[in-house]
Ligand binder design. Structure first.
Ligand code: ZN
Length: 71
């Protein structure tokens, strides 16, 4: 999937979001216990990295941000 504009719950504005990398998907599965995270996107705004689902701007409470040191 291509990056796309979506509303970011934490930025409180429309921002570019990209699909997660395989490493990020594995991390998110372990953190949340979810089996499927294919519909999750990360906000690419500077310093944000908040995760949302395609159809849900606020799936996690508290919000989850993808760490920068996963690779
Ligand atoms: Zn954001």
């Amino acid at each position: 999937m291509e990056p796309r504009m979506k509303y970011c719950y934490t930025c409180r504005s429309d921002e570019m979001h990209r699909p997660l990398t395989d490493v990020e998907k594995t991390w998110l599965k372990q953190k949340t216990g979810r089996k499927y995270v294919h519909d999750c996107f990360m906000c690419t705004a500077e310093g944000c990295r908040n995760v949302r689902e395609g159809g849900n701007k606020h799936p996690f409470d508290p919000v989850i941000r993808i760490p920068t040191d996963l690779e």
